[in-house]
Write a protein that binds this ligand. Structure first.
Ligand SMILES: [Zn+2]
Length: 861
């Protein structure tokens, strides 16, 4: 086992990173771009002029180009025009233009005609299909603008862009700037749309979106905002518009810099690889993440939609106005947008309690950071594969969590001022991590630079081991920090962090200390058990003695909901790391079983699912299921199932979680029967169930559902194409059917034309989550690997599948996965694969270690 892991680890460092960075001897300043997409033939023609500056006399210019065919290339410099010879390097994705007479230093103009393909891999300039029509859409980030136009396709080469497009007379087209002209022709059956010049920006933010889109119009602070979709979904754009209008105003105020891109279009496209993309002034979205019914949608759907819109609008400042110099600092984009996304939501819908979602985001970052194969926030990247792989939980969730900690440390308003100052200083330009933390330290006068450096440059997260004694009515706390690893017995690298930690006892006010040493002392008022992450804003694990956990659990009402969430997370990880046995965690869940915070019930349910799926032995299943029903059944009965439609969102969400817990983990036949009945009623009349309860009802019903029910779900997919939220309720529920024949039916569906390629990866990852479908899904993935890679491309779908493999839980599974990928090397998912293998091995170790204490704990019930 050890040897195989080492062998894989060597792979990670041994792959030669082909440096593809362009020289800076030619620097672009302005692009004039013309496109004529042909949706029928799935091709396009392009014509462009790049105005650039030669900084060093040269007779060749190298820029990026991929899957483009060049016509004529002419270069004008010093009043002389020369025709260039074009040399392509498909591997490096570059084109080199060479002219007979060298180009002197100074301005140069590059004219290019070329053609390209509208590919089906959802990257670059690609084809999308819906309602019997075709659409052409772009997704440039990270390294695919070069598939749409020859370009200096690196984030630091910022330039301005004039875009125009000649499209079918029946289609419209959206780009970054507002429309400044729309004239018929020049070719028959077409019109040509020209867009206002963009501000200076990176190539990965250019957007072209072509098809029969319709838009709902609004505005905010004088900026025109439109939410656009295919015509059949226009009724689902009102909620997004309301959210976007509020958020734009919020960010204008927060940053103290007016929205910099003129107008804002937000477009739902039928096929989309990512969740959404922040193209300057022309944001693109996966349909299900933008389009919801204002009246009949679940609170989760509304929160998700509002949260992602907020993330993408925030990017217009963080990322688009100020951009990282290179992709190793992608956290400057993604972490900031993730961190700030909840701010306008808290202002707009305080009842959503987004601080609980933030606390869960911190937990999910810690879950990745507990792995040996995690990475530092800033990681060196050179190849396209490496660049694409750093858009991960570390860039998004960990950075976001670290920023939350720093904001709490320096204070919200000083932090806001520092951010505004940083954005002003680097507007229309690029910055590195150091530029950010130096500015925040300068403006706030606090050692933010030291804290951030310790968090950005080293991998993993600290665990603070807490012990305290009572001295004269106060707690004297000793804090020992070390790196936390979830694999029991793994060698711990010597690392220390500089971090603010906040302690509280009972109901006392928190006291915060800057922890700088491996061992340090702190104090807190009062002598009750010390809780070491007040407000749950710290990015670290806390380790308490088991009796302290018990005492904190007993007086849990003295903790805020976010703190209880954090306590549950800490205790879970202590069990996973073999520092505590599972009974302390189970006792804690029992103490919190009646907690009315839906997020607490959600965390308990997901952890107990892991216990049931991976640790529990067959002969103890009956006892465990009984315990679940006894412990959580009464709360469900009290709430009623389905209860009243008019119940508040919070109550519906908690009810759904309890139904899942009792119905699936508790295997309660009555709850399952009730769910099947409700599912049948819901299919006949979608208004019969609360939208927040419906997804769970469909899943619980599926667990004991037969072929007839399955066929009903599949039939729904055919009729719900125009209602994404409802479509995905049924789609996501397919993986919950336990019958092996139905698992096989879902696997066959995954690669069939009736499932969009954007959804294949998530469907397979869902199946890998279910213990009853894991083996069959793994067999399917290995048998169909080539077909999967061909259909999806390695950058979309495949990362989800490889991530999903991490849900398996045996030493045999980890050996199988390693052997398979040794035969099928896939550089685009190298780190993801290492992390999945480590997760599988950790889970197998967890099973081996915690099975006996689990059995003993159950026997004592
Ligand atoms: Zn983002």
């Amino acid at each position: 086992m050890t040897r195989a892991v080492v062998a894989v680890a060597i792979l990670l460092t041994a792959v030669p990173a082909a440096a593809q960075r362009l020289p800076d001897t030619v620097v672009p300043e302005h692009y004039t771009l013309w496109f004529a997409p042909d949706l029928e033939k799935e091709t396009f023609r392009g014509r462009q002029t790049i105005q650039a500056v030669v900084t060093q006399r040269t007779s060749s210019i190298t820029l990026h180009a991929a899957e483009l065919e060049f016509g004529e290339v002419r270069i004008t410099s010093g009043g002389r025009t020369q025709t260039a010879r074009v040399t392509l390097d498909p591997k490096a994705e570059t084109a080199t233009f060479t002219v007979p007479a060298p180009l002197a230093e100074g301005p140069v103009s590059i004219d290019v005609t070329y053609t390209g393909i509208l590919n089906d891999k959802l990257r670059g300039f690609y084809i999308s299909k819906a309602n019997g029509r075709k659409y052409a859409v772009t997704q440039m980030e990270a390294t695919d603008a070069r598939r749409a136009f020859p370009s200096f396709d690196e984030p630091a080469f910022k330039a301005t862009f004039d875009v125009s497009m000649m499209v079918d007379a029946r289609d419209t087209a959206i780009s970054n700037g507002r429309v400044i002209a729309d004239t018929p022709g020049p070719e028959p059956g077409t019109h040509t749309i020209s867009y206002a010049r963009t501000p200076k920006m990176s190539t990965y933010l250019v957007a072209m979106i072509v098809g029969d889109f319709v838009c709902r119009e609004g505005s905010s602070d004088g900026t025109a905002i439109r939410i656009c979709s295919t015509p059949d979904k226009r009724d689902l754009t009102a909620f997004a518009l309301e959210a976007a209008e509020h958020q734009l105003r919020f960010f204008n105020n927060y940053f103290g810099i007016k929205y910099p891109f003129g107008k804002l279009d937000i477009v739902a496209v039928p096929d989309f690889a990512a969740g959404a993309m922040e193209n300057a002034g022309a944001i693109t979205f996966r349909e299900r993440l933008l389009l919801v019914d204002s009246e009949r949608s679940s609170v989760n759907a509304r929160k998700t939609v509002a949260g992602i819109i907020s993330h993408e609008i925030a990017h217009q400042w963080f990322g688009n106005l100020v951009t990282m110099k290179w992709w190793d600092d992608i956290w400057l984009n993604e972490g900031f947008a993730s961190w700030i996304a909840s701010k306008p939501l808290a202002d707009w819908r305080p009842q959503w309690q987004v601080e609980l979602d933030d606390a869960q985001e911190t937990q999910s970052a810690l879950a990745t950071d507990a792995l040996r194969s995690t990475r530092a926030i800033r990681t060196r990247v050179e190849t396209n594969e490496q660049i694409n792989e750093v858009f991960d939980a570390i860039a998004y969730d960990k950075t976001s969590a670290v920023l939350r900690m720093i904001e709490a440390y320096v204070g919200a308003e000083p932090f806001r001022k520092a951010i505004s100052s940083y954005l002003t200083r680097y507007s229309y330009s690029n910055a590195a991590g150091e530029d950010f933390w130096t500015e925040v330290a300068r403006v706030t006068g606090r050692p933010v630079d030291r804290i951030m450096k310790s968090y950005v440059e080293q991998p993993g997260a600290p665990v603070l081991a807490i012990a305290n004694r009572c001295v004269g009515g106060s707690s004297e706390i000793s804090v020992t920090q070390s790196r936390f690893l979830s694999s029991p017995g793994a060698p711990v690298p010597a690392q220390t962090w500089i971090l603010p930690a906040c302690f509280k006892t009972g109901g006392s006010a928190p006291r915060c200390e800057l922890i700088t040493a491996r061992e340090q002392r702190a104090t807190a008022t009062g002598c009750d058990s010390v809780f070491a992450n007040a407000d749950a804003r710290g990015y670290y694990f806390s380790e308490y003695a088991p009796e302290v956990v018990r005492s904190l659990g007993k007086s849990a009402t003295a903790l805020k909901p976010v703190e209880r969430l954090s306590l549950l997370g800490d205790e879970w990880w202590m069990v996973r790391a073999g520092r505590h046995t599972i009974d302390s965690f189970l006792d804690l869940t029992a103490m919190l079983a009646a907690d009315e915070t839906p997020a607490i019930a959600g965390v308990i349910a997901s952890r107990l699912t892991v216990v049931a799926n991976n640790i529990l032995d067959a002969d103890e299943r009956g006892a465990f299921e009984r315990w679940i029903r006894d412990r959580f059944g009464p709360a469900l009965t009290a709430l009623g199932f389905p209860g009243a439609q008019s119940d508040a969102d919070d109550l519906q969400t908690r009810r759904a979680t309890l139904a899942m817990l009792v119905g699936v983990i508790g295997n309660d036949p009555e709850v399952q029967r009730r769910a099947r009945e409700l599912a049948g009623r819901y299919i006949a009349d979608p208004a019969s169930l609360s939208p927040s309860l419906a997804p769970t009802v469909l899943q619980v019903a599926a667990v004991s559902g037969d072929r007839a029910l399955y066929d009903q779900y599949v039939a729904q997919l055919g009729t719900l194409a125009a209602q994404p939220e409802e479509y995905y309720r049924f789609f996501s529920a397919l993986s919950w059917f336990r019958d092996p024949a139905l698992v096989k039916a879902t696997l066959d569906l995954a690669l069939s034309p009736s499932v969009r390629t954007q959804d294949t990866g998530t469907l397979l990852a869902g199946l890998l989550e279910r213990p009853w479908a894991r083996e069959a899904t793994w067999a399917f993935v290995t048998a169909q690997w080539k077909a999967l890679v061909d259909r999806l491309g390695v950058f979309q779908g495949i990362p989800s599948v490889v991530g999903g493999l991490g849900a398996m839980c045996s030493t045999r599974a980890s050996a199988d996965i390693k052997a398979f990928f040794a035969r099928n090397p896939t550089p685009a998912v190298e780190r993801g694969l290492l992390q999945s293998i480590e997760r599988v091995e950790n889970c197998a170790a967890l099973d081996a270690r915690q099975s006996p204490p689990l059995a003993a704990w159950l026997a004592a019930r």
